[in-house]
Design a protein around this ligand. Structure first.
Ligand SMILES: Cc1cc2nc3c(=O)[nH]c(=O)nc-3n(C[C@H](O)[C@H](O)[C@H](O)COP(=O)(O)O)c2cc1C
Length: 207
């Protein structure tokens, strides 16, 4: 696949996982792509926890179901009805999970480029995640990012130290297909904005 095709084909996957295994060499390439991401001060503040244990994944999935209920409880009317139709995770249907964490102490104290913007470390982790997502797409795999969780729950579940943040729980694996349209768009939750709506000339708001 050419690069722009990978970008266009990437989807957040929930319902389309087959549960078939991911070959070790493929997983190594996908993780290698994540680890090749740019990072502030070359701090490489990420770690990747590969979770295969069904017991661990079931415990996470139950926690996510509870957080889904928390979010749903704040919705009314059309939003509540629309959200009711949306699946927000494929934790058990996918082949495995990769939890990506952020450790602000890596490369510290003198992280070059982070002195004024503390979040630059977090941005770096998100770039690793995007590399992983695109590499998985190029390999014909699906990825689903799950963020319906409390960080402390995931810390406890996986033995992550208190100073390290679990940034993403990613479900990974072969899929029946990647949808042409994002799930949230298909269900009428939100649509992708036209590029022109987010483009500014010279100054914010400039046409
Ligand atoms: C930070 C972040 C957190 C997300 N959390 C969830 C989630 O908990 N559950 C879910 O179903 N999708 C989640 N998504 C996926 C988005 O819903 C999805 O990217 C968006 O609807 C656009 O669809 P696409 O990725 O298929 O283009 C998350 C995406 C990001 C970037």
């Amino acid at each position: 696949m050419d690069f722009y095709e990978v970008v266009a084909r990437r989807r957040d996957v929930r319902a389309e996982f087959t549960g078939q295994p991911v070959a070790d060499d493929v997983l190594a390439r996908v993780l290698g792509a994540a680890h090749a991401a740019p990072s502030v001060g070359m701090s490489q503040p990420w770690d990747f926890v590969v979770v295969r244990d069904p017991v661990t994944r079931k415990a996470f999935q139950e926690h996510v179901a509870g957080e889904r209920d928390v979010f749903a409880a704040g919705l009314t009317g059309e939003r509540a009805r629309t959200f009711g139709r949306i699946k927000v995770e494929g934790v058990l249907e996918s082949s495995l999970s990769i939890v990506v964490t952020y450790d602000p102490d890596k490369g510290a104290p003198a992280v070059l480029g982070r002195h004024a913007i503390a979040d630059a470390g977090l941005y770096s982790v998100c770039l690793a995640i995007q590399n992983l997502w695109l590499a998985a797409t190029a390999e014909g795999l699906g990825v689903g990012w799950v963020s319906f969780y409390r960080e402390d729950f995931v810390r406890d579940l996986l033995g992550i130290p208190a100073s390290i943040r679990p940034v993403a729980w990613l479900c990974l694996g072969p899929v029946t297909h990647l949808g042409d349209v994002p799930d949230l768009e298909r269900h009428g939750w939100r649509t992708r904005l036209p590029l022109a709506d987010v483009l500014h000339s010279e100054r914010f708001g400039g046409k």
